[in-house]
Design a protein around this ligand. Structure first.
Ligand SMILES: [Zn+2]
Length: 343
């Protein structure tokens, strides 16, 4: 089977004499099942978005082609001058080279794919690639629940547990791009982790782990979402599994706070959606073991929902394209935020 070639979008040319089309930045979130594309103003207001299935089994060319088709549709809907594009992709990426390094088994011919070069050739504008968790944190810092914060740990509790670190007003990736990977630090028991290690945070706080831990207690095969629903009905095993997940997340928060003096934490991902189940045990753990600094820790649920990665990718494109940045107001005020006083 031959994968379709990426087709460049064909925005309508402005009519003669009409004012110049507004400048936009695009953000692309290439996930395992869906690809989301947003168009943002230079202030990172989302003006339009479109979601398509990710043709993950058809390879990198098809996946980027689907993203380009979605972007072309958006540009045709409201003519705009595309300034730059940011892409957030699952897996390990080389952000400087704009290439995917390691992808999960569900992606065919994605590891090694030259994402930015392929898209730049099709679009004629700069394209920037980030890991999706880094893009998530960029989005939350730019326009989400932690807008304007200078020191933040972002955690995504999804199928796995991802993490990213924002220090001194910029993403801190570390020499190997692994900074903030709280999902795979040890000290959380002795259960085997998907990465081959043992006792990692992910063994307690990922969607897969919540399902597995519930299964061990009850013999039932339930998704993390179904376990959350059971907890909502008062199922003691479901409640205990979420309580353990929250306590483990709090432990990762305390380790980070102790190590780096980071005091702001934003939690997203599908499991993070069960905030009412996680929050009490996070609060209890932080109250029981306050950070030695004596400063209160601010822990909030992510504010941009499923748009965080795409908005964060657009934010990267904007940051790379225009300096200096002006402060932005948050998109949503913290209705689901909680500050934990300690000490
Ligand atoms: Zn691990």
């Amino acid at each position: 089977m031959t994968a379709p070639q990426p087709r460049p979008p064909r925005p309508r040319p402005p009519a003669p004499g009409s004012p110049p089309a507004p400048e936009v930045f695009a953000g692309v979130d290439i996930g395992g099942t869906t690809t989301q594309v947003v168009l943002c103003t230079p202030e990172l207001d989302v003006v339009d978005s479109h979601e398509v299935p990710t043709p993950a089994a058809e390879g990198g060319t098809a996946m980027v082609g689907a993203a380009l088709d979605a972007l072309g549709l958006l540009l045709a809907r409201a003519p705009a001058r595309l300034r730059a594009v940011g892409v957030g992709a699952a897996g390990l990426v080389d952000a400087r080279a704009g290439r995917v390094l390691v992808a999960s088994d569900s992606f065919h011919a994605w590891a090694g794919f030259e994402v930015t070069a392929t898209m730049e050739a099709a679009l004629g504008v700069p394209v920037f690639l980030d890991n999706d968790v880094n893009a998530f944190l960029r989005g939350e810092v730019a326009r989400g629940a932690v807008a304007g914060e200078r020191h933040v740990l972002g955690m995504t509790l999804g199928t796995g547990v991802g993490g990213a670190l924002w220090l001194d007003g910029a993403l801190y990736e570390g020499p190997n791009g692994a900074a903030g990977e709280t999902g795979h630090i040890p000290g959380f028991g002795d259960l085997p982790c998907t990465c081959g290690g043992r006792g990692h945070l992910e063994t307690l706080a990922s969607g897969r782990s919540i399902a597995a831990r519930y299964g061990e207690r009850t013999g039932l095969d339930r998704s993390a979402r179904a376990v959350a629903e059971a907890a909502g009905r008062g199922d003691p095993d479901a409640l205990a599994v979420y309580e353990a997940a929250g306590a483990a997340v709090a432990r990762a928060i305390l380790i980070t706070a102790g190590m780096l003096d980071v005091t702001t934490f934003v939690i997203g991902g599908g499991v993070g959606g069960a905030w009412t189940l996680l929050e009490p045990s996070i609060r209890a753990a932080l109250t029981a073991e306050p950070p030695v600094s004596g400063h209160p820790l601010r822990v909030v649920r992510a504010g941009l929902g499923t748009a965080a990665v795409a908005v964060g990718a657009a934010s990267r494109a904007r940051t790379e394209s225009r300096e200096p940045l002006t402060p932005l107001r948050p998109l949503s005020e913290g209705t689901n935020s909680a500050t934990f006083k300690s000490g």
